[in-house]
Design a protein around this ligand. Structure first.
Ligand code: GLY
Length: 373
C-alpha cells in the first residue's frame, strides 16, 4: 500500500506520511527538513501522558535538541490568551527562524501551533503530527490555522502550510470512541463529496475503521488525505472548489454555536448531523434522490453516528436561532450563504442561491423529529 501523499504547492509542497509506528521514526523523518537541529514541540496534557516520551526519544536518537510546552487539552486552549503565552514560551526558549515547531496533538494544538508558527519571527517552519482521526484526515492538512474569539470559531488565523505531516495511525488506538466517531464524520464527508466508491468502501469497512483494524484505519486516513491534498493543491486559499470541503459544515457550525461549542456536541458530531441536513436540503431542492439521503442515514445509524438533532440539557432547538448563526459564517459573501449541496453520493457542488425557506423547512423537520420529553 502507498503510504505517502504529496500536497503540490510549488516551493511549499510537502509530504503526508500515513501508517502505524511513524512516531518512533519521527526524528529520522524530520531531521532532513531542519535548517538547524532544534525543534519546539507544542502538545497537550493527554499526549504528554500517553505518547510524548516516544516522540522525544526519537528526536533525541537523531540529535535533535527539543524544547516545548504542554497546554491544557480542549477547545478553550484555541484562544488569544493561550496564543500569547505560547508565543512567550517560544521566545523564552530562544526559538530562531531556523527552529522548527512541531504541533503534536489534535486539531486544537495543530491550529494554535500552526498559527503561532506563522507569526513568530514573521514565520518559522512547522511540522504537523496529528494524533486524532479528525486532525489526521482534515485539520492537519491544507494549512488552515487559527484561534477562536468570542465572535466565533476560527475567525482569526492564517493559511500557513506545514513542511511535513506525520499521521501515525497506531496512536489512534488510545482515542476515546466518541473522538473516533467525531473524526469519522470527516472521513464520510470525502466519500460524499466526490468519491462514491470510497463511500461504498466505508459501508463495508466503516465498522473495522472504528473498531481498531489497523489496515482499515490506514486505508481510510490515506484515502481522505489524498482527497484533501488534491483539493488543497488546486485551491489553497479557498477561492472556489476548496469550499466543497465544507459539506455539512454550515449546518454544523450553527449547531455548535447553539450548544456553546461545548462538550454537549463535538465538532465531528455536529458535522455528522450537518451532512444529513445538507443531503436533506439537496433532496428538498430536487437535486438529490431521497434514496441517497436514506443510504447516508443508514450508514451513520449502523455505526452509532449521530444523524439527527440530539436532546441536550439547556438547549432548546429553534429554527430562527439556528438560521441566525449562518450570518456569521466565514463563507458568507455579499450577505449570501454558500451551501454545499449534492446531486447524490459523491456529487457535491456549491450553491449560493438556496432559498432560505427551504433551509428553514429542513431545520423544522429536524426539530420536529426530536424525541418528545
Ligand atoms: N476543513 C476544511 C478545509 O481545510 O478547507
Amino acid at each position: 500500500m502507498k503510504t505517502d501523499i504529496r500536497v503540490l504547492l510549488g516551493e511549499r509542497s510537502y509530504d503526508i506520511r500515513v501508517g502505524p509506528g511513524l512516531l518512533a521514526q519521527a526524528g529520522g523523518l524530520i531531521r532532513p527538513l531542519l535548517a538547524s537541529p532544534r525543534v519546539f514541540v507544542v502538545t497537550d496534557e493527554n499526549l504528554e501522558r500517553l505518547h510524548l516520551s516516544r516522540l522525544r526519544d526519537s528526536l533525541d536518537a537523531v540529535g535533535i535538541e527539543n524544547h516545548g510546552v504542554v497546554l491544557p487539552a480542549g477547545e478553550q486552549t484555541k484562544s488569544f490568551a493561550h496564543l500569547e503565552s505560547l508565543l512567550d514560551a517560544m521566545l523564552e526558549a530562544r526559538c530562531e527562524r531556523g527552529t522548527t515547531v512541531i504541533a503534536f496533538g489534535g486539531g486544537v494544538i495543530g491550529d494554535l501551533a500552526g498559527f503561532a508558527s506563522s507569526i513568530l519571527l514573521r514565520g518559522v517552519p512547522f511540522v504537523q503530527i496529528p494524533t486524532t482521526l479528525l486532525s489526521q484526515v482534515d485539520s492537519s492538512v491544507g494549512g488552515k490555522t487559527g484561534i477562536n474569539t468570542p465572535q466565533g470559531k476560527n475567525l482569526v488565523g492564517s493559511f500557513y502550510q506545514p513542511r511535513l505531516v506525520l499521521a501515525d495511525t497506531e496512536v489512534l488506538g488510545t482515542l476515546p470512541e466518541r473522538e473516533l466517531k467525531s473524526g469519522y464524520a470527516e472521513v464520510v464527508k470525502y466519500g460524499l463529496i466526490d468519491d462514491a466508491e470510497f463511500f461504498a468502501w466505508l459501508e463495508d469497512n466503516g465498522a473495522a475503521v472504528l473498531g481498531g483494524d489497523l489496515g482499515a484505519r490506514a486505508q481510510a486516513v490515506l484515502t481522505s488525505c489524498a482527497a484533501k491534498a488534491r483539493v488543497v493543491s488546486a485551491d489553497e486559499c479557498e477561492a472556489g472548489q476548496r469550499a466543497l470541503l465544507n459539506l455539512g459544515h454550515t449546518f454544523a457550525h450553527a449547531l455548535e454555536a447553539e450548544t456553546g461549542f461545548g462538550e454537549g456536541l463535538t465538532h465531528g458530531e455536529a458535522v455528522s448531523i450537518g451532512l444529513v441536513l445538507a443531503f436533506e436540503l439537496s433532496a428538498r431542492l430536487g437535486h438529490c434522490p431521497s434514496g441517497d439521503v436514506q443510504r447516508l442515514r443508514r450508514h451513520l445509524d449502523a455505526l452509532g453516528m449521530p444523524a439527527g438533532l440530539p436532546a441536550l440539557p439547556g438547549v432548546e432547538w429553534k429554527v430562527e436561532r439556528l438560521t441566525a448563526h449562518f450570518a456569521s459564517d466565514k463563507k458568507v459573501k455579499d450577505g449570501r450563504v454558500t451551501f454545499v449541496l449534492a446531486k447524490g453520493i459523491g456529487q457535491a457542488f456549491l450553491s449560493s442561491d438556496v432559498p432560505p425557506e427551504a433551509v428553514a423547512e429542513v431545520l423544522a423537520k429536524a426539530v420536529a423529529a426530536l424525541p418528545r420529553p
